[in-house]
Design a protein around this ligand. Structure first.
Ligand SMILES: [Zn+2]
Length: 622
């Protein structure tokens, strides 16, 4: 143990130490790629020079790469999963039956050889020495020619060849909205190695995890194609299409153009290309350039123009409420099959109503923070990126679209309640690919994840919640935070103990149900008995409404939290009661007025506590 600690602290010299962990480290990679795309055959070849630095305390004798495009082949895990899951993703199947009695056919299973996706390693060498590698499905395992010692780097040079699949999920050619190339998960991507070990997850459907680093990417493509993507374009004056400095005369020579992008401090690189893109830019006051690339179609143009100032407002909202966007550009690109987040950009479908276009942009842009800056492992903790993103984008939309909802999270609560009552719920600690149903995954990741934060506001107070998000950004930007890291930030900001919350909410399917059991007159006062019916603990706010239309609140802190939140209703008088320890199923307190004075008693009038049975939460004496 002692030896291990010494090794770790030695590594932290010259490396950013994280105060939260005694021994945090993260791997580093610098990619240099040159690819050549044939827009007729949808095949591409490339070379990849990758410098991999081992910041771990371990000697590495192997590395893994992802070859995501291999998922788009008949018989792949992704294909078989589509054929065996009860509720397949509708985008990935064709319904051969009726609406009432559907019979789904996997679209991957039907791909012809010239329509499948693939990514083949043609050669691979470490510092000039050929290495042994073995590709299976979407992962290639590489035995290093010489083991990589802690604190050292190796140069891995790879030649690869790929074919872009027909668009089925996220990436591909000829999308439903006829975008030519949605190039996401397209290159051999080094798998992440961290304190938990290797994350060489097969590509079955769920999301990603990657190594932090820098990308230098050159893409050669027919000169009619316009690209949007990750990174800062280095040769805009040669390319044009709105990337040139104003007033520059652009002369495009030859059949192909080579686009040169550099992306610093990211963990992925994506792009899209189409000969019919319109490219608009908007400079924001903070110096970030927003790019919009969308098809030149009369019926969508107005929406895409109106989207631009809304995107600037969203950027401003996230900058203020989470922390400053650190890169120079963000691109909203029509492509893909719905909406998916990438470094410095998103690919979204664009033939939508204006509200939906803003909604999907709000969501995907928020992922620039909750995934591309605070890079949680999306496979293992999908609720941290989807839930947190949904939380902040619902808040942002409420403000920017002037929805003025009292509870902007109400849809998430509704979906969570459906999940909790469905009998199909699995704990949020389930790996994203291992949920029995897509429905259970979506509600657990998006809705229950969003409620995790909204409800934390109930537990520690709204101000402390927002302060927690800002501190989380400060402490963990450009890192791989875990659920416990987030919990520790919330604990430090609030001063409360919150392990019970993380444990019960994310690792179990325990539910919250509190009720009013009895209200009895007792001389000049009234005795109220509350009851804990569900297994999950909570602190309890109670509102009492009197017949003279005055209000009073009572607060029963949760004993294991060891603290009291600030009064959430500062204009109402609040009585802080003795703490309620979880094991006691009932709890009694006194209201200092006779029962005849009381109009109603309500548990949690904010409804931010996700109580699965509200029927016992309020009692009225009218
Ligand atoms: Zn998302």
């Amino acid at each position: 143990m002692k030896k291990f600690i010494v090794a770790c602290s030695a590594l932290l010299v010259g490396f950013v130490a994280v105060a939260q962990n005694d021994c945090y480290w993260q791997q580093h990679v610098d990619y240099r790629m040159e690819v050549d795309m044939d827009v007729k055959t949808f095949r591409y070849t490339g070379t990849q020079e990758l410098v991999y630095t081992n910041n771990s305390p371990d000697v590495l004798d192997k590395v893994f790469y992802h070859l995501y495009f291999n998922a788009f082949q008949p018989g792949s895990e992704m294909d078989v999963r589509l054929k065996t899951i009860e509720d397949p993703d509708k985008r990935m199947v064709t319904n051969k039956g009726t609406k009432e009695e559907p019979e789904f056919e996997s679209r991957i299973g039907k791909l012809k050889p010239d329509e499948i996706g693939y990514l083949d390693v043609k050669s691979l060498a470490q510092d000039g020495k050929p290495v042994v590698y073995d590709a299976e499905g979407t992962i290639v395992e590489v035995k290093l020619a010489s083991p990589l010692k802690p604190g050292t780097s190796a140069k891995l040079v790879m030649e690869f060849e790929g074919q872009v699949p027909l668009q089925i999920r996220r990436s591909g050619r000829n999308s439903a909205e006829s975008v030519a190339l949605s190039m996401t998960q397209w290159y051999p991507k080094l798998a992440e190695y961290d304190a938990e070990g290797w994350h060489a997850d097969p590509y079955i459907g769920r999301e990603f995890h990657g190594v932090w680093g820098n990308f230098d990417v050159k893409i050669s493509i027919d000169k009619d194609y316009i690209i949007g993507g990750t990174g800062n374009l280095q040769n805009g004056d040669e390319i044009g299409y709105g990337y040139e400095k104003p007033g520059t005369k652009v002369k495009r020579k030859g059949k192909k153009l080579t686009w040169h992008f550099i992306a610093p401090d990211v963990h992925d690189f994506a792009w899209a290309a189409d000969p019919e893109y319109i490219h608009d830019t908007l400079e924001t006051p903070g110096g970030v350039t927003l790019h919009f690339l969308y098809k030149d179609k009369a019926e969508i143009k107005e929406n895409w123009k109106n989207l631009q100032p809304k995107t600037a407002a969203l950027l401003d909202f996230y900058n203020k409420n989470i922390g400053p966007y650190p890169w120079k550009q963000y691109s909203v690109i029509q492509g893909g099959d719905g909406g998916m987040e990438y470094a410095m950009c998103t690919l979204i479908t664009g033939e939508r109503s204006f509200g939906s276009l803003v909604g999907v942009t709000a969501h995907e842009m928020a992922h620039a923070w909750f995934q591309h800056l605070l890079a949680t492992n999306e496979s293992k903790h999908p609720w941290m990126d989807e839930g947190f993103t949904s939380f902040i984008s619902d808040l942002a939309e409420n403000e920017i679209m002037e929805r003025n909802k009292q509870n902007p999270f109400e849809n998430a609560y509704r979906s969570y309640f459906m999940l909790a009552m469905s009998g199909k719920e699995q704990p949020q600690t389930t790996h994203g690919d291992r949920y029995a149903m897509n429905m259970a995954y979506s509600y657990a990741a998006y809705s229950k994840g969003e409620v995790f934060l909204a409800q934390l506001g109930y537990i520690i107070g709204q101000d402390k919640l927002m302060e927690t998000l800002r501190k989380y950004y400060e402490d963990f930007k450009f890192k791989h935070p875990t659920p416990n890291d987030f919990k520790r930030v919330a604990e430090k900001v609030s001063g409360f103990q919150l392990d019970w919350y993380l444990t019960d909410w994310t690792m179990t399917t325990n539910t919250i149900d509190y009720g009013i059991k009895a209200v009895k007159e007792s001389g000049d006062s009234t005795k109220v008995t509350l009851e804990r019916i569900g297994l999950m603990p909570m602190p309890i706010d109670v509102l009492v409404v009197y017949n003279d239309d005055t209000y009073e609140t009572f607060y029963a802190p949760l004993r294991m939290m060891h603290g009291e939140k600030a009064n959430p209703y500062p204009n109402l008088e609040r009585t802080v009661l003795p703490s309620w320890a979880w094991a006691y199923p009932t709890y009694e307190f006194s209201i200092g007025r006779p029962k005849s004075d009381i109009k109603a008693i309500v548990i949690d009038p904010s409804e931010l506590m996700a109580d699965v049975d509200k029927s016992n939460n309020a009692i009225s004496f009218e």
